[in-house]
Design a protein around this ligand. Structure first.
Ligand code: ZN
Length: 547
């Protein structure tokens, strides 16, 4: 889950809250112990941070499947309880690319192929100093940086791309870049294919072979890529009461692994396991215990079915929930409403503050939450927006009323220190009780009315200080940034950009992906004016925006 700032409507002040331990029956204590043990297992180092598409995720999926089975849920995935979906992991050059210099094969860790390179084979005898047509050319990156040291907006990769294009226009058959240890391979980089291959050669190799710029060197290389895919799995269990309406209860169970996808907030040191006890082993534990309570429910009113979904791929950009709403295993129009729990394990024992998002997505919510017994143990704050950095957003976008439960961010968020021993299991149980009571209290006599709400502003991340006020679609595979939502009164809305548009340029900067878009945002400051180029359908548009 990404950080966000909810608009708050305070309901209860904590001073008047009754003591927690009040009225805890044995059944309650059993549930609290169960919650803690689910989190202990899911956040154990053995699961290596449950990164989507890894063995650690698989261990977690097996655990949830065992729990769902023991509770008596029916499988409602595409493969038993599982609903697999593929994750585009970019490309890799390792297997089929090679480089020989003066007949010596260069080890794979001493060169890489720029991800936008075309697949080509070249064999020539160029001199580094000469820029001859029909030959590969060379570019010293340390010199390049030196030459541009006065330019605060200098972007090494963009410079390499423009140099490659210029060299190709003058007949070069490749561009070999060297002499900069910070330049790394990014298999997820997207954009136009370059006219010629670009290879980066490591310092050890360039020192060994490129020292004498006048003597020709024998260069032989082949550039080829393999698409890297991972498969994530949603885990889906069902209570089929044969009813027309289905209530969806969800929580993501994936987390960051060792932070390989660049979403860790730990900026220093060797990669470590991000255990994700609160994010979101806690929500997964709540999901399992809610399934147990609902399955055990005495009143067998068959007024609704219940679908329990443990999503994967949430940390990558809501991949699992987006996949589900595009490939629903129950008819989407039979979904009554969706309840999402993401980080419900760190209720502050003093303030008891919990935020409930989505309050504005149905007029029915106010009544549903009135006078719930468990509510008296909690200081509930509401956020009306149906969107936010978690899986309920995927359902809201399908005009389904949603609620989102969140006990707030903390110092361990997206760090290896988000561990099971910091869980407030009793506090979490009170939230589970609240949700259970809310479900009992919400009528099943007809689909809940849906209301559109304002788009949640995504807040400003550390790397840029201004935004357009759009919700980027992280799962979009095309070229450009697909707009998932537009915030009111922000630059994008003022410029006429709409949901569904694809942004391809910001000023001078191409935005082939969300990453490049965020890099481009970093080039602007408050008050700056620039142009934004976007596609609506096949038509390209340009508008002026002011940050
Ligand atoms: Zn999360």
């Amino acid at each position: 889950m990404k950080l966000f700032v909810p608009a708050l409507l305070s309901m209860t002040t904590f001073a008047s809250l009754p003591a927690f331990s009040q009225k805890l029956k044995n059944a309650d204590k059993t549930a609290i112990t169960a919650i803690q043990s689910h989190v202990n297992y899911l956040a154990d180092d053995k699961l290596q941070g449950r990164r989507a598409g890894t063995p650690g995720e698989q261990l977690a999926a097996d655990y949830i499947t065992r729990q769902f089975t023991a509770i008596g849920l029916a499988p409602r995935g595409e493969n038993g309880f599982l609903q697999p979906f593929s994750i585009d992991d970019g490309k890799e050059y390792g297997e089929s690319s090679f480089l020989f210099i003066d007949g010596h094969e260069i080890p794979k860790d001493q060169f890489f192929v720029h991800p936008l390179s075309p697949e080509k084979a070249v064999e020539e005898m160029p001199s580094i100093a000469l820029k001859e047509a029909g030959m590969p050319w060379f570019l010293d990156l340390a010199e390049e940086k030196q030459l541009n040291s006065g330019n605060p907006h200098f972007d090494l990769d963009a410079d390499i791309i423009s140099k490659a294009k210029a060299a190709a226009a003058r007949g070069a058959t490749g561009l070999i870049v060297f002499n900069d240890s910070e330049y790394v391979f990014n298999g997820k980089q997207k954009g136009e294919t370059l006219p010629i291959p670009v290879l980066y050669v490591g310092k050890k190799t360039s020192d060994a072979y490129f020292a004498d710029e006048t003597t020709p060197v024998e260069i032989k290389f082949k550039t080829a890529f393999r698409e890297k895919q991972r498969t994530g799995n949603n885990v889906i269990g069902y209570i089929d009461n044969g009813a027309p309406l289905t209530i969806v209860i969800g929580a993501h169970y994936d987390h960051l692994g060792y932070g390989e996808d660049g979403n860790s907030l730990m900026r220093t040191g060797a990669p470590q396991i991000h255990n994700g006890a609160d994010d979101n082993a806690s929500g997964t534990a709540a999901l399992i215990e809610l399934a147990r309570m609902i399955k055990a429910k005495k009143d067998k009113s068959k007024a609704a079915n219940y679908l329990f979904i443990a999503f994967s791929g949430e940390e990558l950009g809501l991949f699992g929930s987006k996949y589900f709403v595009e490939h629903p295993t129950v008819p989407l129009n039979s979904i009554h409403y969706m309840i999402n729990m993401d980080m419900v394990g760190r209720l502050n024992p003093t303030t008891r503050g919990i935020t409930i998002g989505g309050y504005g997505t149905s007029p029915a919510w106010e009544k549903s939450m009135e006078g719930l017994p468990a509510g008296k143990f909690l200081a509930v704050k509401y956020d009306s927006s149906g969107t936010g950095p978690s899986d309920h957003t995927s359902f809201y976008r399908k005009d389904i009323p949603v609620l989102f439960f969140f006990t707030g961010t903390h110092a361990d968020y997206h760090k290896p220190s988000d561990d099971a021993d910091k869980l407030n299991a009793e506090g979490e149980y009170r939230i589970v009780q609240f949700i259970y009571q809310l479900i009992q209290h919400t009528p099943n006599t007809g689909k809940l009315a849906f209301l559109k709400t304002r788009e949640q502003s995504t807040g400003t991340s550390t790397r840029f200080s201004v935004t357009l006020g759009i919700m980027p679609d992280y799962a979009y595979a095309g070229n450009g940034v697909h707009v998932d939502g537009v915030s009111e009164g922000r630059p994008a809305e003022k410029a006429g950009i709409q949901t569904g548009d694809v942004i391809t340029r910001l000023g001078d900067f191409a935005t082939p992906s969300v990453e490049e878009y965020m890099k481009a945002l970093g080039k602007f400051k408050k008050g700056d004016k620039t142009t934004v180029t976007y596609k609506r359908g096949e038509t390209e548009h340009e508008a002026t925006v002011e940050f």
